[in-house]
Design a protein around this ligand. Structure first.
Ligand code: GDD
Ligand code: MN
Length: 353
């Protein structure tokens, strides 16, 4: 089997030589290429080019200047550039030991499989490279949540979040992949029912450098999950829910520091209208941003609806507080729930029709 090894890199210079050395040793005698898909902001591309010039096997570099392009998108770019239909995806920091690659290939060559996953959670595997207890707990919890949401597609997969897998890209609709965050394998598995098998592996410590996983990646992951499972509108609801909570927290904070509830509600609403729109554009409708003509229209519709809604909400809020003597934050919560339902209907039927 010919093989394309796809390695997404973001500032991984100190790991490049060791990685190529160990891949070469592990795959001695086989035909393969290595494709680095690099979004680095440092000298990593230069280091890769030097290594490529003296490498006994083909090493290619795709360097992208838009540093925000992201891990998932990098892997898709690798799929598109690969010369082999079998692509092995692995991290560039040696947490995925190259010595495990032959076991993945052997399983694929036995047939009846579209994806072979290197799993930390299959019996015999470990996740000791997940440095701290918090990361381990988050990983375990998100794995359980994901498996619960895709019981059939992930039936044979104990580790849908791994970044180490071998896939037959002919079985995947590569053009349909809309990777938003770190979790490209989940995107691959959730869209089509594929034949999956896995081999256990030991998730190692990072060789050099630091992890690029962030809280933002976690939020993107939740959005991705909601989009894949329930479609765009549920991700919209998730964003709206975050916005409503943020609105209440900001208002509560402003009242606490002595502000009157009316200006507090106005300020909280302005902040959340803007952040909500940005979240919709960058998370929920990220794949539609390129149609910029219509985006302006969307912005105007969404912004004026939310502005209008907030303005109408304030008198209703004061009726609830002065007239019905409902506590200010509770009254604000009631108006936000009503506004949320209206906004959902408006965006579904008008803005993103
Ligand atoms: N091209 C590109 N662009 N590569 C990136 C980007 C990016 O924006 N962000 C990260 N990478 C590369 C890193 O350079 C590394 O080679 C690989 O993606 C994984 O990133 P790490 O920063 O090492 O992430 P991690 O070790 O915390 O996460 C790994 O384990 C997770 C499971 O716990 C990844 O394999 C995740 O996909 C996996 O879910
Ligand atoms: Mn890592």
């Amino acid at each position: 089997m010919d093989l394309s090894i796809i390695v997404p890199t973001f500032n991984e210079g100190p790991n490049v030589d060791e990685l190529l050395q160990r891949i070469g040793d592990a795959l001695d005698g086989r035909v393969f290429e290595v494709i680095f898909v690099d979004d680095s902001t440092d000298d990593t591309p230069a280091i890769i080019n030097v290594a490529a010039n003296s490498s006994p096997f083909p090493v290619r570099l795709i360097h992208r200047e838009n540093a925000d392009a992201g891990l998932g998108g990098a892997v898709v770019a690798g799929f598109q550039a690969a010369t082999s239909r079998w692509c092995l995806v692995m991290d560039g920091d040696l947490q995925h030991p190259p010595e495990d690659i032959p076991r993945l290939i052997d399983r694929a060559e036995r047939g009846d499989v579209d994806v072979v996953i290197a799993s930390r959670y299959a019996s015999g595997g470990t996740s000791k490279g997940l440095a701290d207890a918090t990361r381990t707990a988050v990983s375990r919890a998100s794995t359980a949540l994901t498996k619960a949401m895709f019981p059939r597609k992930l039936a044979n997969c104990s580790d849908p979040m791994t970044g180490f897998f071998l896939v037959n890209t002919e079985a995947v609709d590569v053009e349909a992949l809309r990777p938003r965050g770190f979790k490209i394998l989940l995107e691959v598995l959730a869209r089509r029912q594929l034949r999956v098998d896995e081999v256990p592996f030991d998730f190692a410590e990072r060789h050099a450098g630091t992890s690029k996983a962030t809280f933002t990646q976690g939020v993107r992951f939740l959005t991705q999950l909601a989009m894949l499972r329930f479609g765009r509108m549920s991700a919209f609801a998730l964003v709206g829910g975050f916005g409503a909570i943020a609105n209440l927290v900001i208002m509560w904070g402003l009242i606490r520091i002595g502000m009157d509830y009316v200006p507090a509600a106005i300020i909280a609403s302005v902040i959340t209208i803007i952040t909500n729109f940005l979240l919709l554009e960058y998370l929920v409708f990220a794949d539609m941003r390129s149609e910029s003509g219509r985006m302006l229209t969307r912005f105007l519709k969404s912004f004026s609806f939310n502005g209008l809604e907030a303005i109408i909400r304030i008198p209703i809020l004061s009726i609830l507080v002065e007239g019905a003597h409902i506590p200010a934050v509770l009254a604000a919560a009631l108006t936000l729930v009503a506004a949320f339902v209206l906004r959902f209907v408006f965006h579904a039927l008008v803005v993103y029709a």
